[in-house]
Design a protein around this ligand. Sequence first.
Ligand code: ATP
Length: 248
Amino acid sequence: MIPLLRLENFSVSYGAVEAVHDVALDVNEGEIVTVIGPNGAGKTTLLCAAMGLLPAKGALSLSGERIARPSVEAMVARGVSLVPERRELFAEMSVEDNLLLGGFYRWRTGRRDQKARMDEVFQIFPRLRERRGQMASTLSGGERQMLAIGRALMARPRLLMLDEPSLGLAPLIVREVLQVVSSLRQHGVSVLLVEQNARAALQVADRGYVLEMGAVALTGAARDLLHDRRIIDTYLGIGTGVGNKAAQ
Ligand code: ATP
């Protein structure tokens, strides 16, 4: 099977400091893949470079096509969307207008299906339909994250890259947002999910990569990682659920 996204020998530097080192990562069609790891491990850097926002060494391919010089334009044109950690909504614009802007690239390239796209987004996030006329700045944290994801979906991506969608959200809302993320496969969207909340991410993902000091320390099926002794000790703790059971 040819993966939707393949990174090989992928390295990213800030000046003389290499923040991501020789990473190999695949996202297959229909998969939810998560990258977990501690603060400063290089997760955001990896995602930004994979979106073409930062220069990288190594190879990036989409559906087998090698992208020689990844740029945001090249990635968007090939059906990749990124939801950045800071969400970057247009605070003083309505929910509807934020969504329409997410569909701008499609509109500009002659695909005038924004109404239908918005209906699909409202089916995925019914709460956004109720709040369609409301200013983005007045939304709750969870609703803002939904809007940021909804806006990215307006571009009809094949691959959605999410940077810490759980950041700053209450546990119940994290679960709600991530459950929607995992349902995106049914809409033909594959997901690369960067998360510090390892447990929540591994519960919705198919496969996971553990990034430590810029390198892949461990990779495998998400359910195996959830029960891996090293992951439990380092990232999941013994407070609840899986950690508890494994610790007995
Ligand atoms: P977090 O979960 O805290 O966001 P992360 O795993 O996403 O962490 P990165 O933000 O990718 O990690 O950072 C990886 C390393 O690169 C860190 O050591 C960080 O200090 C460094 N770094 C990040 N951005 C820059 C930058 N613009 N200039 C220089 N170094 C940077």
